[in-house]
Ligand binder design. Structure first.
Ligand SMILES: [Zn+2]
Length: 432
């Protein structure tokens, strides 16, 4: 199992989960909750079996539809082991046969997929103006969505109210699904630290929120998991998007805030307590512009949406409508020959190139993915310039060893990535 899964084990609440699925009692350190074993070899065998089962289940979710042969190959298992695990997962109702295809030998090959209604997961994109709460089935199709919030930045207390209101609205509309909700994953606008006992705390310094214990955010008995929003986005891209199948990647999130997920050896880099890779608050300018975090010269102070629009406004620019439209107008005005707009856009590209070029030197990625609504808007028309600038700001060798991609998803990537946290806990859960 990857370190990803290990992290989730630590991140989870130590209490047993109210659970529809009796054989699965999820806990922080599942093995420590078991009765002592008398044979020294037994726990090794069990954990190997559990890890193989987790690998197969994850592979089926990642693939969406697959075969026993592909599972055996991708998980490094014998055909017999893969078949046994598939039989077990099907008996538990987590996967099903969705059809078959013909093979050369004549015998049809079964196609296997997650059973959509066997389990549900909730992912939340917690922004500074409100929360988008999304309900996904076990095939990761979004089946419902609720937004709660406003148009202005909110104090920390309102976010908790927004969360509970939105979750309650989803519950009211989906009573028949609620007993199969595995958990709620939160993608948050700040550092999320995980304590040794598994408890988590949000530190949103840029928003001037107090430290918020995650356990106090949501009422009810559904397990709650939390991660930084940019890391949640990176996980969505790693599982289903532009970083799929890639072991080393940078996934940048550019919106009002600026964040980054660094994927190394197929897992997110987390650091000692989980707050690593806060690229948005690394420096691109000594004694530069004031940043919302209280420091100066941070990447976010140049590439965050507010910074971009303030600069344009200060230069006499006029814009209205959504940020998406306004940024499009700025790029179009620059392309039409307006010198002021062109200089602002050039600065954005140069800063992004310098800031990501440094990260390329530090991490040697195979792929760089740029997302978030600001990032997606920039990539629409400026991708070749951005790519050249990143490469020219990195050393020649690592600067020539990555591909640049736009994010695969629209604005909902953080919620999708957050919804994977309860799935990872299920994958890591002990089975007996
Ligand atoms: Zn900062």
């Amino acid at each position: 199992m990857s370190t990803e899964t290990g992290y989730i084990k630590r991140a989870e609440s130590p209490t047993e989960v109210h659970h529809w699925y009796r054989r699965t009692t999820m806990s922080v350190e599942p093995n420590t909750r078991r009765p002592p074993r008398f044979s020294p070899g037994a726990s090794t065998v069990t954990s190997l079996r559990q890890s193989n089962r987790g690998a197969v289940l994850k592979q089926i979710i990642l693939a969406g539809e697959t075969t026993r042969t592909a599972l055996a190959t991708n998980c490094g298992l014998s055909m017999a082991s893969a078949t046994n695990i598939v039989t077990e997962l099907a008996q538990e109702g987590l996967i099903e046969q969705t059809g078959s295809k013909s093979s050369r030998g004549g015998r049809p090959i079964s196609l296997l997929a997650p059973r959509a209604d066997s389990a549900y997961t909730i992912g939340v994109d917690v922004g500074e103006r409100g929360v988008a709460v999304e309900l996904f089935d076990f095939r990761m199709n979004r089946v419902d969505r609720e937004f709660s919030g406003g148009t202005e930045s909110q104090p920390a207390g309102s976010i908790a109210d927004d969360l509970n209101q939105a979750i309650s609205a989803l519950h009211t509309r989906n009573p028949h699904r609620w007993d199969r909700v595995l958990g709620i994953g939160l993608g948050l606008p700040g550092l999320v630290e995980t304590e040794a006992d598994g408890s988590q705390v949000l530190y949103a310094q840029s928003l001037d929120w107090p430290a918020i214990p995650i356990a106090e955010l949501i009422q009810g008995d559904i397990p709650v998991f939390a991660d930084n929003g940019a890391k949640a986005q990176a996980k969505a891209e790693l599982w289903f998007g532009a970083a799929r199948g890639v072991s080393h990647a940078l996934v940048a999130l550019l919106g009002r805030g600026v964040g980054l997920g660094v994927i190394t050896d197929g897992a997110l880099t987390r650091g000692a307590v989980g707050s690593a890779t806060e690229w948005g608050h690394t420096k691109v300018q000594l004694n530069g512009r004031p940043c919302r975090c209280g420091s100066n010269g941070c990447v976010e102070a140049y590439l965050g949406a507010d910074a971009i629009f303030t600069e344009w406004e200060d230069a006499g620019g006029r814009f209205d409508g959504t940020g998406w439209r306004a940024l499009g107008d700025l790029i179009d005005t620059a392309a039409a020959g307006d010198e002021t707009a062109a200089s602002i856009v050039a600065n954005i590209v140069d800063t992004l190139g310098a800031a990501l070029g440094s990260m390329v030197n530090l991490t040697n990625p195979e792929r760089v993915v740029i997302g978030g609504w600001v990032g997606n808007r920039l990539m629409e028309s400026l991708a070749p310039r951005i790519e050249r600038t990143i490469r020219s700001n990195a050393l020649a060798r690592p600067g020539g060893q990555f591909e640049l991609h736009a994010s695969s998803f629209g604005g909902d990537t953080v919620a999708l990535g957050a919804a994977l946290m309860p799935i990872e806990a299920l994958i890591a859960a002990p089975t007996d």
